[in-house]
Design a protein around this ligand. Structure first.
Ligand SMILES: *Cc1c(COP(=O)(O)O)cnc(C)c1O
Length: 484
C-alpha cells in the first residue's frame, strides 16, 4: 500500500507561504484563552506537488467512468460531458438567489420551462414537475399524486398497489411510505408481468400499478396497453418507473401507451455524475387529469414572460423540495437534451441497446442467461454454471473483475435470478472497451475452472482486499490513525 500524506511529511517543507500570525485579532479576544492551541497542529509538512500527487493517487484507488467501464446495471453509469459541469457552475446560475424577483431571473425560468416541456415531450406526458431530487423521491411524488387523485374522487376504499416481483426495491418501499399495501405480481416464464395473475389480483381496492419498464431483467414489458386497460377499468392509475429511460429515448413515449405517471432519473439518463450520494433529480410527468395534483410552483409562460406558477396550489400535493428542485442538476439535463436534439437522444438509446445486446451475444456461451431474447439497455447473466461446476459464486466473479480494471456489474439483483449479474454497458462505450470487458469475463470463466481458489480470494490488486461487508457495516472505522 502506498504511503499516507503524513509519511511524506518532511519537517519545514511548505506548500504555501502565510504571513506571520497576528495574535491580537478580534477572534483571539472572543475565543477564551483556554481554547487557544498551545502547540502546533500535527499537520503533514508537504509541498504543493506532494499534496497534488496525494489526491491524484487517492482518486485512482477508486473506480470511475473516466478510468474504466462501469457496467453497474440499472444505474446507467455513462460518461457525462465535462462541458455540462463548466456551464452548471457558470456564475450566471450560481449567483442566483431563489427569492430574487421573477423579472430578474427570466433566463433561468426559461431554462426550467423548456426542460419541463422537453421532458413532457420525451415521455409523452401532459406536464412535468422538476422538483423531486431523486428517482425514489419521484416515486414518492407520483404515489402521493395517486393518493390525491383517489381522495379527490372519494375513492376511500382503494388501499393497495400492485407491483411485479422484478421491481426495483424502491417501488414497494415508496408505496409503504405513502401508506399503501403492496401486492406482489409474479413474472411469467418470459420474465414479464403475468397478465393472468394480474387479473386475479386487481379489484375495486386497487389504487394503482407500478411498473419498471424496461424491467430489471432488461426486457421491455410488452402488454402495457392491455395492463393499462385492465387498471383503468378499476379506476386504478398506472405508474412507470422510468429510471431505465436510457433505453427508450425517442423510441417510446410512455404517456402514449397508457401510463399515467412516470419519473425520470436525470442523474442516470440525462447526464449528471452520480454515485456517492451526490445531488440528483427525479422529475415526474403526468397525464392531463393529474396536473392539478402536481407540486407547486410550476413554471409557466405568457405574453409577459416566464412565471413561478402557484395556480393549482389548493389541489396540489404540496412541495417536495425547497424552492424549484436541484437547479444545477436540471441545468445539466437541459444542456444534454439541447445538445443532442431528438435525433441524438434516439441514438443514445439505440446505441445503449446495441451495446448491451453485443455483450450478451458474446457472454451467453460462458455464463448462464435466463432470458436469451434481445434485451434493451441491459441484461442479466448469472453465475449458476460456475457455482455448480466450480463452487465459485457471483460475488467471486464480481471481485475478480476489479483485478482486471472493471467495475463489477450489479450483483444479486434482480432477486428472481439466482447469482444474478446485471450488466449495463451504456452507449458511451466503444467497441474496444466492450471487447475488453467481454475478454475479462471470458478469462474469469476459465479461471473459475482452473483456479477457483484464486477467484474466491479476489480481488488481489486493489488497495483494499475483500472486505467483510457485514463487519464493515457494524464496526465501521473510517479514521486514519498514525502510528505514534
Ligand atoms: C435507480 C433506480 C431507482 C431509484 O433512483 P434514485 O435516484 O437512486 O432514488 C428506482 N428505480 C429503478 C429501476 C432504478 O434503477
Amino acid at each position: 500500500m502506498s504511503k499516507s500524506i503524513f509519511e511524506h511529511s518532511s519537517p519545514g517543507r511548505k506548500g504555501v507561504g502565510l504571513p506571520p500570525r497576528d495574535t491580537d485579532t478580534p477572534l483571539d479576544k472572543i475565543i477564551p484563552q483556554k481554547y487557544h492551541r498551545q502547540s502546533a497542529a500535527r499537520l503533514p509538512e508537504v509541498s504543493k506537488l506532494d499534496v497534488m500527487r496525494h489526491y491524484i493517487e487517492l482518486s485512482h484507488k477508486n473506480h470511475f467512468i473516466e478510468k474504466g467501464l462501469y457496467p453497474l446495471g440499472s444505474c446507467t453509469m455513462k460518461y457525462n460531458p465535462k462541458i455540462h459541469e463548466v456551464l452548471a457552475r457558470h456564475s450566471c446560475f450560481t449567483n442566483l438567489h431563489p427569492y430574487q424577483p421573477e423579472s430578474t431571473m427570466q433566463g433561468s425560468l426559461e431554462l426550467l420551462y423548456e426542460l419541463q416541456e422537453d421532458l413532457a415531450e420525451i415521455s409523452g406526458m401532459a406536464a412535468v414537475t422538476l422538483q423531486p431530487s431523486a428517482g425514489a423521491q419521484g416515486e414518492f411524488t407520483g404515489i402521493k399524486i395517486i393518493e390525491a387523485y383517489h381522495k379527490a374522487k372519494g375513492n376511500t376504499h382503494k388501499t393497495k398497489i400492485i407491483i411485479p416481483d422484478s421491481a426495483h426495491g424502491t417501488n414497494p418501499a415508496t408505496c409503504h411510505l405513502v401508506g399503501y399495501d403492496v401486492v406482489e405480481l409474479k413474472s411469467d416464464a418470459q420474465g414479464r408481468c403475468d397478465i393472468d395473475h394480474l387479473k386475479e389480483l386487481v379489484d375495486e381496492n386497487t389504487a394503482g400499478f407500478m411498473l419498471t419498464n424496461p424491467n430489471t431483467l432488461g426486457l421491455f414489458e410488452t402488454h402495457i396497453e392491455e395492463i393499462a386497460e385492465i387498471m383503468h377499468s378499476f379506476d386504478a392509475l398506472i405508474y412507470m418507473d422510468g429510471a431505465n429511460m436510457n433505453a427508450l429515448l425517442g423510441i417510446v413515449q410512455p404517456g402514449k401507451i397508457g401510463f399515467d405517471i412516470i419519473h425520470y432519473n436525470v442523474h442516470k439518463t440525462l447526464s449528471t455524475p452520480h454515485g456517492g450520494g451526490g445531488p440528483g433529480a427525479g422529475p415526474v410527468g403526468v397525464v392531463e387529469k393529474l396536473i392539478p395534483f402536481l407540486p407547486v410552483p410550476m413554471v409557466s409562460k405568457d405574453a409577459d414572460g416566464y412565471h413561478l406558477d402557484y395556480s393549482h396550489e389548493k389541489t396540489s400535493i404540496g412541495k417536495v423540495h425547497s424552492f424549484y428542485g436541484n437547479f444545477a442538476v436540471l441545468v445539466r439535463a437541459y444542456i444534454y437534451i439541447k445538445m443532442l436534439g431528438s435525433e441524438g437522444l434516439r441514438r443514445v438509446s439505440e446505441n445503449a441497446i446495441i451495446n448491451a445486446n453485443y455483450l450478451m451475444a458474446i457472454l451467453k456461451d460462458y455464463y448462464h442467461i435466463q432470458h436469451l431474447e434481445y434485451c434493451m439497455h441491459e441484461f442479466v447473466a448469472d453465475g449458476t454454471w460456475q457455482k455448480k461446476a466450480n463452487g465459485v459464486t457471483t460475488l467471486d466473479i464480481a471481485k475478480r473483475l476489479l483485478d482486471k480494471g472493471f467495475h463489477a456489474p450489479t450483483v444479486y439483483f434482480p432477486l428472481i435470478i439466482p447469482e444474478a449479474m446485471m450488466i449495463e454497458p451504456t452507449e458511451t462505450e466503444g467497441l474496444e472497451s466492450l471487447d475488453a470487458f467481454a475478454t475479462a469475463m471470458i478469462e474469469i470463466a476459465s479461471e473459475a475452472k482452473d483456479d477457483p481458489d484464486m477467484l474466491r480470494t479476489a480481488p488481489h490488486t486493489t488497495p483494499v482486499r475483500r472486505v467483510d461487508d457485514v463487519r464493515a457495516v457494524k464496526q465501521l472505522d473510517p479514521i486514519f490513525k498514525i502510528e505514534e
